[in-house]
Ligand binder design. Structure first.
Ligand SMILES: Nc1ncnc2c1ncn2[C@@H]1O[C@H](COP(=O)(O)OP(=O)(O)OP(=O)(O)O)[C@@H](O)[C@H]1O
Length: 767
């Protein structure tokens, strides 16, 4: 079996992989060392890729021994007992870390029976840190000096008895798993997402989380994890697309899940009773659900039931979504654990057949969409801070004793009102900031539009433009500005681009006045941008002041409140923050969708332009052929025919949704019918049967002069495809119209493009 490790794209950002690639799950097996109380071995690594379970039949019983041979399993990689933590990390996870930095999702999960070494691999100990510590370390080192571009957030949860607990904030109780109606977009509501850029802080958080995890001794493992633990780190890399004004951003977002599953166990072996027994049952049930999913996925089932347990719902993306996944199956070499090891290897072997579609999460968003995200992150941070405050045991202050109840209540009310007011003001200022950003975005788009007009003009009038954009642009700009200054009309301008532009032609005059206007507007836009940027700085300062006031007020709380009051207020504030964050998340999601739709509109417009140009070229070429009575090669005839069918098929499809396109509209290529050369001999009656039937080749025989077969449009274009229920009539002849030049098409395209851009700016500024 060829190992197909999750290929790392390294840090080379120019290498853009295919949009989405099918990738097989990587399966590694790690064998833990035998313990002193495990005298007999049943399993060993036969090579770097294979593991053997020994047959335990009596070696002297020749017949039975022959029947039950040792069983060998092959995997992407097998780690023998003495493999170091570093090697395991390097082979399985270090490339995933690079992938995550490049915008991919990745998961590494440890699977296996209880006591097989999963927690050792994932968490490790201080002298031999495991994958989680090493991965976090590498991630933070990679972004250390680029904190302005990267944001890193982490969360850590445990799934214990089918209940989700936040390991970074254990006092928050059980959390809910939410997903949309189609079972996608799975999220844990209320889970703290801590954003940090400090490696030390993140290590402390990890330690804190590990301490909070439910661990109990069992007969098999003194430190048996009774829960599944999921550590998630999200890395967001924001790169300005427009380096000048930072209004449009490209975001690469990758997420790394590191999962330490609880181990499957047999109650009689673990000697579990009571609570332990119940835990074991839950663990086994969720692992059984995981096993079922692995089975179904490995067999290529069309429907896989992820809904059987929370574990499988949480792992859905890793097993069947957009994610590079590595499974590290753990086995004990001990004879006493042979059956458990065999089961693990069987599942690992099946998992080898699972593959995922992996693609990079890169999207372009306008600045204010990222702003929403910033505000949401800030609110989430505040929630975490307040929650930590709530869980801290505070010494009771002397103040409540000094004050009587009425005084204290009055003071508490006042403080609460002040805190809520400051929060409201903060939200108002944040929204104001977003409005300003939105306006700046609109201005940026306006500027882009003007640049489009200018560069269009430049490209038409200045050949240098393509070879040396900057020089050419600066040159054009300088010349135009000089002319504007001295009030010279563009009509009388020299040939600015030193090119062969048609001086005096209507199009040229139009173009010149448009470019003059564009420069004027650009100057206005720049002034506006400056004004709004100043206002933004002012509001930002106000927001910072307001935030400081809020923190100062919160700090007053311990002096005035008894612990219960304080908790109540903090809980209330958390709720308000949560609601605001949820609202913002919804708004930003809506914006992202709108943005995506608008982007697609632009792409469609571009395709449309290409299509129109192709039609123009084909029609003109056909015209030339007709005029010169050229014989059409057979393959070209065929291509025309396919094209004709394609156009009819598209027209048919469009007709069902769009009332604008009539089914009997002749495809643009057939514009040839209206060309003078045809008009001479073709009449409407010739082309369109009154009964709505397509014209036969005999009907159009008159069209031909010499090469009747080749010049007969239906012969070489094929008959229009008739569809049941649709009468395919050819349209009446169009009155002769001047041929549409590519310039006309471009103008129409530019108008559409401009419309789309201005709609975009209107929509964004409304948002
Ligand atoms: N590769 C290894 N090298 C040295 N010691 C190991 C190794 N793997 C596991 N151990 C030791 O074996 C014991 C059990 O390991 P661990 O707790 O990681 O198992 P587990 O699979 O997580 O079990 P459970 O599912 O019950 O939590 C621990 O004392 C651990 O230190």
């Amino acid at each position: 079996m060829t190992p197909q490790t999750p290929s790392s794209s390294g840090s080379d950002e120019t290498k853009v992989p295919p949009k989405s690639a099918e990738e097989r799950l990587m399966v590694a097996v790690r064998i833990r060392p035998l313990k002193s109380d495990e005298p007999q071995r049943a399993l060993y690594a036969a090579s770097k890729k294979s593991v053997v379970i020994e047959d335990d039949t009596d070696k002297n019983d020749v017949l039975r021994h022959k029947r039950g041979a040792d069983k060998q399993y092959t995997f992407d990689v097998v780690f023998s007992e003495n493999t170091s933590q570093e090697e395991v990390y390097d082979v399985t996870t270090s490339s995933l870390v690079k992938d995550v930095l490049n915008g991919y999702n990745a998961t590494v999960f440890a699977y296996g029976a209880t006591g097989a070494g999963k927690t050792y691999t994932m968490v490790g100990d201080p002298s031999a840190p495991g994958i989680m510590v090493r991965a976090l370390n590498d991630l933070f080192n990679a972004v250390k000096d680029k904190q302005d571009q990267y944001s890193v957030t982490m969360s850590y949860l445990e799934l214990y008895n089918e209940q989700i607990r936040d390991l970074l904030n254990p006092s928050s109780g059980y959390l809910e798993l939410r997903e949309d109606s189609r079972g996608r977009n799975i999220q844990v509501a209320g889970l703290s997402e801590i954003s940090t850029t400090s490696t030390n802080e993140v290590m402390l958080l990890l330690q804190k989380g590990n301490k909070a995890r439910t661990v109990e001794p069992t007969a098999i493992n003194k430190t048996s994890s009774r829960s599944h633990a999921l550590l998630s780190v999200t890395v967001k890399h924001t790169i300005p697309i427009d380096k000048k004004n930072h209004l449009r951003m490209r975001i690469k977002q990758g997420r790394l899940f590191m999962i330490d599953l609880a181990g499957s166990e047999r109650a009689n072996k673990t000697k579990s009773r009571g609570k332990r027994l119940q835990e074991g049952a839950h663990i086994n049930r969720s692992l059984l659900a995981l096993g079922n999913c692995i089975n179904a996925l490995s067999e290529g089932a069309r429907y896989v039931n992820f809904r059987d347990s929370k574990l499988t719902r949480l792992l859905k993306e890793a097993l069947s979504g957009n994610c590079r996944t590595v499974m590290i199956a753990h086995v004990s070499p001990s004879l006493t654990q042979k059956e458990e090891s065999r089961n693990t290897l069987i599942y690992a072997d099946r998992a080898n057949n699972i593959s995922n579609k992996v693609e990079r999460n890169i999207y372009d968003v306008s600045y204010h969409v990222t702003q929403y995200q910033t505000v949401i992150n800030e609110l989430k941070n505040e929630i975490s801070r307040l929650q930590t405050k709530m869980s801290e045991e505070r010494p009771r202050s002397a103040a409540p004793v000094r004050m009587n109840t009425t005084e204290r209540n009055k003071e508490v009310r006042l403080l609460r009102e002040q805190i809520v007011d400051t929060f409201k003001e903060q939200m108002k200022l944040r929204r104001k900031l977003m409005e300003i950003d939105s306006h700046l975005l609109g201005l940026g788009m306006d500027a882009e539009r003007q640049h489009l007009v200018i560069s269009h003009w430049e490209s038409r009038n200045n050949k240098l433009y393509k070879n040396n954009i900057n020089q050419s642009r600066a040159q054009t700009q300088q010349t135009l500005r000089r002319k504007m200054k001295i009030g010279e009309g563009f009509r009388s301008a020299d040939n600015i681009g030193h090119e062969t532009a048609d001086e005096g032609s209507d199009g040229e005059i139009e173009g010149e006045s448009a470019v003059q206007q564009a420069w004027g507007e650009l100057a206005d836009i720049e002034r506006e941008q400056e004004r709004w940027s100043e206002l933004r700085t002012l509001i930002e300062q106000k927001l910072e002041d307001c935030r400081q006031r809020g923190v100062a007020l919160e700090d007053k709380l311990p002096d005035i409140l008894s612990s219960d009051d304080e908790r109540e207020i903090l809980a209330l504030m958390c709720r308000v923050h949560e609601l605001e964050a949820d609202k913002m998340a919804l708004q930003s999601e809506r914006l992202v969708r709108q943005h995506e739709l608008r982007r697609r509109d632009l792409v469609i417009l571009r395709y449309d332009r290409q299509r129109q140009l192709c039609e123009e070229i084909i029609t003109r070429q056909r015209q030339l052929m007709e005029e010169n009575k050229l014989k059409l090669p057979y393959d070209l005839q065929e291509l025309y025919q396919i094209y004709q069918q394609e156009i009819h098929a598209a027209t048919y499809a469009d007709y069902s949704v769009s009332p604008i396109i009539s089914p009997d509209k002749l495809p643009p290529i057939s514009k040839i019918y209206s060309d003078p050369i045809f008009r001479k001999s073709v009449s409407t009656a010739d082309l369109s049967g009154t009964d709505g039937t397509p014209p036969s080749s005999a009907d159009s025989d008159d069209l031909t002069t010499n090469n009747s077969n080749f010049n007969n449009v239906d012969n070489f274009m094929g008959h229009p495809v008739s569809r049941p229920g649709l009468s395919m009539r050819l349209p009446p002849l169009q009155p002769p119209s001047p041929p549409r030049t590519s310039k006309h098409i471009e103008n129409a395209f530019d108008q559409n493009l401009r419309r789309a851009i201005s709609e975009d700016s209107i929509a964004t500024s409304k948002d």
